[in-house]
Write a protein that binds this ligand. Structure first.
Ligand code: PLP
Length: 377
């Protein structure tokens, strides 16, 4: 069985697993406890915070550990709902993950505005600058790279525009981290990440807040994370997350992702040639080296996924978080695809362990399944 659903979640790396087990066996204390065990746990956690700050290029004190990106993203909106003035709008891109989209709607209702994207799935910078000439929102939120299409967003330019207008900028960097170098992301006012997308454990992530800002806790309880996130920190999974991220950063430093991009590009070329009528979403713009979103010419998404699953390939229809929803993908709809086109989309997302041979096998598997779908078998 070949796994092509890394954007949903990726396998835990051996190093991360070892770090996790080691810490589980050896770091028993609660980081808030006033004895040597507590101090040891706190020290390990502080070092992890410093390492993450170093990767992102920000101050360690601005990082808050969370249970993942859903929590971090909800925290941003909760914090702003309590601190912005009652008239402030929050502008988010039309392709944000449901945890950003739905929490913004929940906290801001009609004051939540969607920033449009092009047909290739890139945020309209011109729209943003034109709108900002008239109104200053309380926040602009644009993810670093999209989970469904892999399309990379111009977060550096967006951050510079927001800085010029003195508007806080938030980027959900879940799909970027571990796939492209993290340096510089720490300049965003708010930034979120989740370990399970880059080889760390599930159930751990972080929020980086504005420098010296006290982010309001979503949860009531203890004063952990300097009062910004109640609940005992899970030190072993935090340490494992950092081991995974640092290993990815090293691979990226060596340029190990570059030939992986070539394997994916070759797959895309063969796919459109071998499956007549198929197209690659966002083909004209920079995308993550691991993600392919393809509109298939026929056959419902679920039929494709089931047949590919039987043929030994785990692929997805888009976001795992929207599986089971009847509505078409909000991402592809925002890009201007019609519901009948969206109904045929498949997402293939590779990982660091995926080989050139795996991509070739997937391409051959798709051609076989296409022949079955086409002949109504
Ligand atoms: N943001 C993006 C872009 C994602 O892809 C995901 C997960 O699919 C999330 C947020 C949610 O992350 P988590 O599963 O850690 O809550």
């Amino acid at each position: 069985m070949l796994y092509f659903d890394h954007n949903a979640t990726a396998p835990v790396t051996r190093e991360a697993r070892d770090a996790w087990l080691y810490a589980t066996d050896n770091i028993h204390g609660n980081p808030s406890s006033p004895h040597a065990f507590g101090a040891a746990a706190n020290k390990a956690m502080t070092e992890a915070r410093e390492k993450l700050a170093d990767c992102l290029g920000c101050h360690a004190a601005d990082i808050i550990w969370t249970s993942g990106a859903t929590e971090a993203n909800n925290m941003v909106m909760n914090h702003l709902a309590h601190t912005l003035d009652a008239k402030s709008e929050v502008w988010i891109s039309a392709i944000e993950h449901p945890c950003v989209h739905d929490s913004t709607k929940h906290f801001f209702g009609k004051r939540a505005k969607l920033i449009p994207v092009t047909h290739d799935g890139v945020v309209h910078i011109e729209w943003l600058t034109a709108e900002m000439a008239d109104t200053r929102p309380g926040l602009v939120a644009v993810m670093a790279a999209n989970n469904e299409t892999g399309v990379i967003q111009p977060w550096r330019e967006l951050l510079a525009i927001c800085q010029a207008y003195e508007v806080p900028f938030f980027s959900d960097a879940v799909q970027w981290l571990g796939k492209l170098p993290a340096k510089g992301l720490g300049n965003c006012d708010y930034l979120s990440g989740a370990a399970h997308k880059f080889g760390g454990p599930r159930g751990v992530g972080f929020l980086k807040g504005p420098h010296k800002c006290h982010v309001r806790s979503l949860l009531f309880g203890g004063k952990q994370e300097r009062g910004q996130r109640a609940g005992t920190e899970n030190v072993p999974i935090i340490l494992a997350m950092l081991v995974a991220l640092e290993a990815r950063e090293k691979q990226l430093d060596h340029g190990d992702h570059q030939h992986r991009a070539e394997w994916k590009e070759k797959f895309e070329k063969l796919l459109v040639r071998q499956v007549p009528g198929s197209t690659i979403v966002g083909a004209n713009v920079p995308r993550l080296w691991n993600t392919v979103s393809a509109l298939m010419p026929e056959g419902g998404q679920q039929r494709w996924v089931t047949r590919l699953d039987k043929a030994g390939f785990a692929v997805s229809t888009g976001s795992a978080c929207t599986t089971g929803k009847e509505e078409p993908s909000h991402v592809l709809s925002a890009m201007g695809f019609k519901p009948n086109e969206v109904a045929h989309v498949l997402r293939f997302s590779s990982g660091w362990e995926t080989t050139a041979a795996d991509w070739e096998a997937l391409e051959k598997g798709l051609v076989r399944v296409y022949a079955e779908v086409h002949h109504g078998k």
